[in-house]
Ligand binder design. Structure first.
Ligand code: AHR
Length: 491
């Protein structure tokens, strides 16, 4: 029997809902086909946006959406994506399969998408191959209310009022695809760019700098040293590549066994250490913790599905992905005093997507259901809690058997999310709530075989279902969590 103790007397910080953010990139079938099909499509749409996809994203309460990349952002020129669609420039998507980009989805379409989903826009501007002037003009075009040539152009293009834009990323992966810069050089260029980020709206623009890759602690150190006063957040990118000792291979999304199961989870759990160390470095330059930490690209990255365009990075999604998504979201909740946003890559049809589309059909992935179960943590207050754990897994990939987080919403309900990482063992948990008593519970679980996944032909193999294997007690609630599962209990 493991103990879970929830300290209702110790309310910590509010969990920023943006931790449950998503990312859309002009990559493969993410934007085109996955989200935007155009007004003349036979697929039901509103102003070109797929109704099925928008409604699924609304259901999980997507709070914020990052766009247009990724690598694509650092070669994106916003003027290509405004005006009459048929006259927009056709450009090459050099990063992703060399596709011809017809720019039919641009600034106006992105804001329309966010309006339909009901989320905040987060735009990543081009620092790698763009100019300061180009960025400055884009911000004016989007957010200035007065009468300038650029705002006249915006109005001519159909948008009378300025849009509200809070989140602005300045550059993407500038240590590699975004210009191969050193940390010092990027920090200097960042300082120059951010000078010209004018806030025309009521709220100031929240500036996000390109942060480190994985454990590049020097990048964080140099960036904070040179630019801490000029930024609101820095953003880490961390992907999990489960390929085990296979040269140049990232591993398969569906065909894997127990060793890859544990290896993927152990790699994924490294997120916690990365957060601790990077935010520790940030504290040296910002002892009060004014500068936030963001993870605006994360998730599992496998080999592309056989038979698909390798440049489109399309992969399937199994119970393994659900388990690692939940594990990371629990970590983000636990560190939500420092983390203000996270965006899993990418929302539709790419890496660890929540939705997969095939023509007029949409499939909810196991990862989708995790976001559905965890949505109650959005803007809730994190509670102090402790879960007794043990080590499991093969020698090379020892991991904890479970992770968890607990919050209390403004509705007074407790949200407990727990993941069982074991491939074969269930655990009995005795949960005690200090400073509170629960009379009834509602619980949902997602579990299945490691490789279980959903397809158009079989779209319901993995989903959240109601869970009844619990008993209310004097102290709280006792339950048994099965192997390979994600559990939500609401009290
Ligand atoms: O998510 C795919 C790519 O991964 C992004 O475009 C880039 O930022 C990262 O390398």
């Amino acid at each position: 029997m493991s103990r879970l103790v929830i300290n209702g007397y110790h309310r910590k910080n509010r969990i920023n809902k943006n931790i449950y953010g998503h990312f859309t990139e002009h990559l493969g079938r993410c934007i085109y086909e996955g989200i935007y099909v155009g007004e003349n499509s036979g697929i039901p749409n509103e102003k070109g946006m797929r109704k099925d996809v928008v409604s699924a994203l609304r259901e999980i309460r997507v709070p914020v959406l990052r766009w247009p990349g990724g690598n694509f952002a650092d070669e994106y020129h916003w003027m290509d994506g405004i005006g009459t669609r048929s006259e927009r420039r056709k450009t090459i998507n050099t990063h992703w399969g060399g596709d011809v980009e017809d720019n039919s989805f641009g600034t106006h379409e992105f804001f329309e998408l966010c309006r339909q989903i009901g989320c905040e826009p987060y735009i990543n501007v081009n620092l790698g191959s763009g100019r300061v002037e180009e960025m400055q003009k884009w911000i004016e075009y989007m957010t200035f209310a007065g009468d300038s040539s650029l705002t006249r152009l915006r109005k001519k293009n159909g948008q009378e009022k300025p849009w509200k834009l809070k989140y602005l990323g300045i550059g993407n992966e500038n240590w590699l695809c975004g210009g191969n810069m050193t940390a010092g050089y990027y920090a200097d260029v960042y300082n120059q760019f951010q000078t010209y980020v004018r806030s025309y709206g009521e709220e100031s623009v929240y500036k996000i700098a390109c942060g480190p890759l994985d454990d590049d602690y020097e990048w964080t150190d140099v960036l904070m040293k040179k630019a801490a006063n000029n930024l609101d957040a820095i953003s880490l990118h961390y992907y999990t590549y489960p390929g085990v000792n296979i040269e140049g291979q990232k591993g398969e999304s569906i065909k894997f066994g127990e060793s890859e199961w544990y290896h993927t989870i152990s790699q994924s759990l490294k997120m916690e250490n990365l957060i601790r160390i990077h935010t520790g470095i940030m504290r040296r330059y910002d002892p009060k913790g004014r500068v936030d930490f963001i993870i605006d690209e994360w998730g599992n990255w496998y080999n592309p599905e056989p038979g698909t365009n390798p440049g489109h990075l399309f992969q399937q999604n199994t119970v393994r992905d659900a388990v690692t998504a939940a594990a990371n979201l629990n970590i983000f909740n636990q560190y939500s005093d420092r983390i203000s946003m996270a965006n899993i890559a990418q929302a539709v049809n790419v890496l660890q997507s929540v939705l997969i589309t095939e023509k007029d059909k949409v499939v909810k992935t196991p990862t989708y259901y995790v976001y559905d179960m965890f949505k109650y943590h959005q803007n809730a207050i994190l509670l102090d809690s402790y879960l007794e754990t043990e080590e499991i897994g093969p020698e090379a990939d020892r991991i904890v058997n479970m992770n968890h987080s607990v919050s209390i919403g403004d509705d007074g309900k407790l949200n407990i999310t727990i993941v069982n990482f074991s491939a074969d063992t269930s655990y009995d948990i005795e949960c005690e709530i200090l400073g509170g008593k629960a009379d009834e519970a509602e619980a949902f679980i997602l579990h299945g075989a490691m490789n279980a996944h959903n397809t158009v032909q079989a779209s319901d193999c993995v989903k959240k279902v109601q869970f009844y294997d619990y008993k209310m007690t004097e102290r709280g609630i006792d339950f048994e969590i099965p192997p390979r599962s994600v559990l939500l209990i609401r009290l």
